[in-house]
Design a binder for this molecule. Structure first.
Ligand code: ACO
Length: 274
């Protein structure tokens, strides 16, 4: 485990866990945490073997969002300081959205503003039924910025998104699952097990395929069918080359021998030279 000033990072083979570690401040993201988050992502990328990254919070909170004092109030009077402070945050928000490994938010408790953003930017999310979400920006006179409106609009239906953006009202883990902000809400004592189960389904897949599947999803949801098909074709050839045609030479050969059923599980990657 690597302990950064405001985060704990654990890399265990193909799994990494980033734990926000300011529990006495409800894991509010201060400038140090933004720097630490970039550092954690650097370390995970440098490791080269991680296929799934879990983001979670220590204590009773996932994250109370941006540290309102350290990120906004204190640097506000110095425009360059304000810009620099917040750019470090915006950098990792964009990075985590496009991260090559699959990102999973394990929402263990309170999740406000930037906490909703982080859950929304992750590819997948599991929430505790005890989790409580809110876009509190309207309650201090701004709208959700830094990608938070984007993340809300891309994860919640329109009426629900606007309701929470405009009122600052809270919603539960179960509601987050109904809206689609998280894949599932589970009893708090099942959160670790459910997250492990989800991660377990990812880590036996080909990492190149996981990364390209994410890219294809993001591209294709924003384009028309002919452009999507073109992109699929190009990415499929890229995938084939980058994986030495693993899908043909290994996966479909195993299917040909009736060694497994792709509808039910993943092929055996142990036969693949790493
Ligand atoms: N920024 C800075 N400090 C924070 C933040 C935050 N976002 N959230 C909580 N804290 C601090 C509290 O001020 C308090 O500090 P203190 O011990 O020095 O007084 C400590 O964390 C504990 O918080 P409490 O308010 O005592 O905890 P409680 O459980 O009663 O309430 C709640 C939790 C509802 C989350 C409350 O702390 C709150 O409203 N926080 C602000 C939430 C928010 O507006 N987030 C910003 C969203 S905007 C964005 O992210 C862009």
């Amino acid at each position: 485990m690597t302990s950064l000033e405001t985060l704990n990072l654990e890399i265990d083979g193909p799994r990494a866990t980033i734990e926000l570690n300011r529990p006495d401040k409800k894991n509010a993201m201060n400038p140090q945490m933004h720097r630490d988050m970039n550092r954690a992502l650097d370390l995970i990328e440098a490791d080269g073997n991680v296929k799934a990254v879990v983001a979670t919070g220590k204590g009773d909170s996932f994250s109370a969002g941006m540290d309102l004092e350290e990120c906004f109030l204190r640097p506000f009077d110095d425009p360059m300081e304000f810009y620099r402070t917040n750019k470090v945050a915006l950098d990792w928000f964009m990075r985590i959205k496009a991260f090559p490994a699959v990102t999973v938010a394990k929402v263990n408790g309170l999740s406000f503003g930037g906490g909703v953003l982080l859950a929304g930017l992750c590819d997948l999310a599991i929430a505790s039924e005890k989790a409580l979400f809110g876009l509190s920006e309207i309650n201090f006179g701004i709208f959700p910025a830094g990608g938070a409106t984007w993340a809300t609009a891309h994860n919640l239906p329109r009426k629900a998104a606007l309701y929470y953006i405009l009122t600052g009202d809270r919603f539960t883990g179960a509601q987050a699952a109904e809206y689609g902000l998280v894949n599932k809400a589970v009893p708090h004592d099942r959160l670790d097990a459910e997250t492990d189960r989800l991660v377990g389904m990812l880590v036996n897949k080909n990492p190149v395929t996981l990364a390209l599947a994410k890219q294809v999803y993001e591209h294709n949801r924003a384009t028309d069918l002919p452009a999507a098909i073109d992109y699929d074709q190009a990415k499929l050839w890229e995938l084939s080359r980058l994986t030495s045609n693993e899908w043909i030479n290994v996966a479909l050969k195993q299917f040909e021998k009736r060694a497994y059923q792709p509808g039910l599980k993943t092929y055996q990657r142990a036969e693949v030279p790493s």
